[in-house]
Design a protein around this ligand. Structure first.
Ligand SMILES: O=c1ccn([C@H]2C[C@H](O)[C@@H](COP(=O)(O)OP(=O)(O)OP(=O)(O)O)O2)c(=O)[nH]1
Length: 166
């Protein structure tokens, strides 16, 4: 996983969105954080693993990946706003086989870490949050090659949307 490349693509996209919408990027932190919580929730809604009241809890993998990719966009974007990219590149681990396959615990840890990062904005809490999202994507069974390809695809779509006046 080439995190440096994804941060660069994310930076270009964020600049393009802020210019297009005539926004000061330093004012967007809270909205981005809320957006991230919403995208994580959309991913969980697609995952369905907690929906004990349903017969069919099989996720549509393409749609699940799309929602995770939206979450990934906003997480990278928050790191760029705080200038934490290099720290993330140096310390985030893309594990092959996670020892902890308790997806529900990882989900709860992720919500907790997004909130804690929002309150403290510290680099340590940013890294905890990003690592937990990375672990969740891993635990849900995605390969890093497909995640990178899906990220690049959605990043392109996000650019196109700006051009088309989304
Ligand atoms: O500063 C920003 C703002 C947004 N995005 C990305 C994140 C995500 O990939 C997309 C927004 O989510 P989505 O595509 O779901 O847009 P939506 O308007 O919420 O669509 P929908 O109502 O279909 O969920 O824009 C960024 O990368 N940087």
């Amino acid at each position: 996983m080439n995190l440096r490349k994804l941060f660069e693509l994310q930076r270009d996209l964020d600049i393009s969105i802020a210019l297009d919408k005539n926004l000061d990027p330093s004012t967007l932190f809270t909205d981005k954080l809320i957006g991230l919580l919403v995208e994580i929730s959309e991913a969980l809604n697609e995952w369905k693993g907690f929906k004990y009241w349903r017969h069919n809890t099989i996720p549509n993998k393409d749609e699940l990946l799309e929602e995770l990719i939206d979450s990934f966009h906003l997480t990278l974007s928050l790191g760029i706003d705080m200038n934490y990219e290099q720290k993330a590149i140096d310390s985030i681990e893309f594990r092959d086989n996670d020892f902890d396959l308790n997806i529900k615990s990882t989900v709860l840890a992720l919500f907790h870490r997004v909130s804690t990062f929002g309150l403290t904005r510290s680099v340590g809490n940013y890294l905890y949050m990003l690592q937990t999202l990375v672990d969740l994507i891993q635990d849900l069974g995605f390969e890093w090659e497909e995640v990178e390809a899906a990220y690049e695809n959605k990043n392109r779509i996000n650019h196109l949307r700006q051009v088309e006046g989304y």
